[in-house]
Write a protein that binds this ligand. Structure first.
Ligand SMILES: [Mg+2]
Length: 395
């Protein structure tokens, strides 16, 4: 058993963040009666199982009949894909608020490289905050593994599940890796693991004793090559922000029936300030600027509408983006009053990577970008809550 010990984390800057039993956790989040009980999502094939159901041997992709035989008292619920998709978006918002270097692996997991943030915080602190943010903003448990390589970070998160955090210090990688069952190696499925077991190969240490041609003869060339590299702890892959984002956005649901009250204007404005602030910060962290601000709305009757406004120049400064956002909201006010708003989102499109144009200061000596940069610095150092806008204090 690998016992986390004295910490030498220099070089360990890759996080693998993975939601625990994603769909099942969303169901338990939304229905208190399901908490602490075995929950299976999907009646035909098991799409997800809560940890209480996994304890009975229920697994993802298992047939529903077999799952119910293993765990007859499980609660089986139908999937709600649109709810999971909204939760996934919200979790990725947290990821991208943590670092601009995010590589999605699926709807519920990603690699994050926090090497660029070391001046401000240690990776363990960043990971702990990410877990707290996901819990607070999305209401879901997430496990984070931290290591020097992607492979080790992913293994660490699998070992730390559920709701855990584990750092593999660079000077203890082999100690961590060698006793693990072969099944823990990324990409090794049941078939490969079974074939290796028939040859007495159970652990990563067992694999590491074989040469590559021997491994290839047991499990095939490609898998042999992979196993050989991983068992010797070789993994040079970098965290890659796969697609260049053409827009940066954030959204928030508002309670249903949120219209008649006079409070709604205040709520919408405070939400707009918070969302634009988050988007602008993320753009600055990634070195992006954008020209078009888009307002997305969903109404009581589930209909949707979009409004956009294009600025004369690309910017990542909060003030002009917020001014455009507020302009869009005021134009949409009659529509909102009539239909009732249940979700509001903004995005900034026409993203450009070139450095921001210097804007001429009109009638003020304050440089808005310098103010933004100062606010960003304080937040990186002391956390997002350290500075807030006065309008948000009512929340
Ligand atoms: Mg997961």
């Amino acid at each position: 058993m690998f016992v986390p010990g004295p910490i030498v984390s220099s070089g360990a800057t890759i996080l693998h963040a993975d939601l625990d039993s994603f769909y099942a956790s969303v169901e338990q989040r939304d229905d208190p009666l399901l908490r602490g009980r075995p929950v299976i999502v999907g009646g035909g094939v098991v799409l997800a199982a809560s940890y209480e159901a996994k304890a009975y041997g229920v697994r993802t992709a298992m047939g529903g009949g077999q799952a119910r035989r293993l765990c007859p008292h499980a609660v089986v619920v139908p999937p709600r894909m649109s709810v999971y998709s909204a939760a996934s978006d919200a979790v990725f918002d947290v990821f991208r608020d943590t670092t601009p270097v995010v590589e999605p692996l699926s709807v519920d997991e990603a690699f994050l490289d926090v090497g660029g943030l070391l001046r401000y915080r240690a990776p363990v602190e960043i990971a702990a905050k990410l877990r707290a943010d996901v819990r607070e903003r999305v209401g879901l448990p997430i496990t984070v593994g931290i290591a020097r390589t992607k492979f080790l970070a992913k293994v660490a998160s699998q070992v730390a599940k559920p709701d855990g955090l584990l750092l593999v210090p660079p000077d203890r990688e082999l100690e961590f890796l060698r006793p693990l069952p072969v099944r823990r190696l990324w990409g090794v499925g049941t078939v490969t693991a079974d074939r290796l077991r028939t040859h007495g190969i159970e652990t990563v240490a067992d694999v590491a004793e074989l040469d590559e041609s021997m491994l290839a003869s047991l499990v095939g060339g490609a898998m042999g090559h992979r196993l050989y590299a991983l068992s010797h702890n070789r993994d040079r892959r970098r965290v890659q922000t796969t697609v260049r984002r053409r827009s940066v956005g954030a959204q928030r649901a508002l309670g249903r029936g949120c219209h008649a009250a006079a409070d709604i204007e205040v709520t919408i404005d405070a939400t707009a300030v918070m969302l634009i602030d988050r988007i602008a910060r993320r753009m600055r962290a990634a070195g992006n600027t954008g020209r078009t601000v888009v307002l997305r709305m969903r109404f009581d009757d589930f209909s949707r509408a979009t409004r956009s406004r294009t600025l004369p120049e690309a910017t990542s400064s909060t003030e002009p983006l917020l001014a455009a956002a507020r302009g869009l909201v005021s134009v949409a006010a009659p529509l909102i009053a009539q239909r009732g708003l249940t979700l509001i989102g903004f995005s900034v499109a026409n993203i450009d990577r070139s450095p921001p144009q210097l804007e001429l200061p009109f009638g003020t000596s304050a440089d808005p970008l310098a103010l933004d940069a100062a606010v960003d610095r304080v937040r990186r150092r002391y956390g997002s809550a350290a500075l807030t806008r006065a309008v948000l204090l009512h929340e």
